[in-house]
Design a protein around this ligand. Structure first.
Ligand SMILES: NC(=O)c1ccc[n+]([C@@H]2O[C@H](COP(=O)([O-])OP(=O)(O)OC[C@H]3O[C@@H](n4cnc5c(N)ncnc54)[C@H](OP(=O)(O)O)[C@@H]3O)[C@@H](O)[C@H]2O)c1
Length: 248
């Protein structure tokens, strides 16, 4: 009987999910999956055009806000406007310029922490007081932190920071559960800075070496966010969803 009650509580039916970066890629796919489970949605990103586009793809009643997650005052005001909710998903991120350390511009390298690390920290700082009992937070990471490629030192260090942040927050904010999803290569708009033919060639080349024989789709990653929202005994964990990339 007790098990059954716990199971019912872990449904997303009637829960309110706030997705920072919810207008594209992992966030949008997770919003669609959560909507299919009858969750209420709030999607947030920095451009009005992305928010409008996402709202057209999501059920009526979905709320959308435009906020640059690096703007502390804007983040504070955002959560005051949103009010109480159940789950916070943070998947905001922009394209990283990678390259040899010798060529790295330190000021630019510092800026790469702004969205993924400081943005995540600010979203959690200002959002967590509004999370209802039984709620959770899910951050987003990449496998470059586990297995860096040549030229990716800065990106790897952001991922290391986000992993440690996840664990620290799980302790700081308990009983709110805090986890992260750590993805391998996934076909999303994040890669749109690469010309289409080169991009497809990259997906094929990387995919052919993976245990799954293909790179991920955003829907593959969304499953992990849904699991972590519902899995009310999981906290402080980083779940790797990468087609086996770290093994090959
Ligand atoms: N795709 C992959 O292969 C992959 C693999 C591993 C890790 N990741 C990481 O996972 C995260 C999500 O990736 P994705 O593929 O879903 O990327 P995406 O499709 O490009 O989505 C990124 C989202 O972040 C929002 N965003 C960007 N800057 C923002 C800001 N300053 N304030 C608020 N929102 C902002 C974007 O909307 P606006 O443009 O409207 O702001 C968009 O909604 C990123 O951190 C990425 O590095 C991705």
């Amino acid at each position: 009987m007790e098990d059954k009650e716990t199971f019912v509580k872990s449904s997303l039916n009637g829960k309110r999910v706030v997705l920072i970066g919810g207008t594209s890629g992992f966030g949008l796919a997770t919003a669609k999956a959560a909507a299919a489970d009858n969750a209420g949605l709030v999607v947030v990103s920095s451009r009005q055009s992305s928010v409008d586009k996402a709202l057209r793809a999501l059920p009526d009643g979905t709320e959308g806000y435009v906020v640059d997650i690096t703007d502390e005052q804007g983040v504070d005001e955002l959560f005051k406007k949103i009010g109480e909710f159940d789950h916070l998903i943070f998947s905001a991120g922009e394209t990283l310029q990678i390259g040899n350390l010798a060529d790295a511009n330190i000021a630019d390298s510092r800026k790469f922490f702004n969205v993924r690390y400081w943005g995540a920290l600010m979203a959690v700082k200002y959002g967590s007081p509004y999370i209802r009992k039984g709620g959770s937070i899910i951050l987003t990471n990449g496998i470059v932190g586990i297995r860096p490629w040549k030229g990716w030192s800065v990106a790897a260090s952001i991922a290391g920071a986000v992993e440690s942040l996840t664990k620290g927050l799980a302790i700081d904010l308990a009983p709110i559960r805090v986890n992260a999803v750590c993805a391998g290569m996934v076909k999303t708009d994040l890669w749109n800075n690469i010309p289409e033919a080169d991009r497809e060639a990259m997906y094929n080349e990387v995919g052919s070496k993976l245990l799954t024989g293909r790179v991920g789709e955003a829907e593959d990653i969304a499953e992990a966010y849904i699991f972590l929202m519902k899995g009310n005994y999981t906290t402080g964990q980083v779940i790797v969803v990468d087609g086996g990339n770290v093994l090959v």
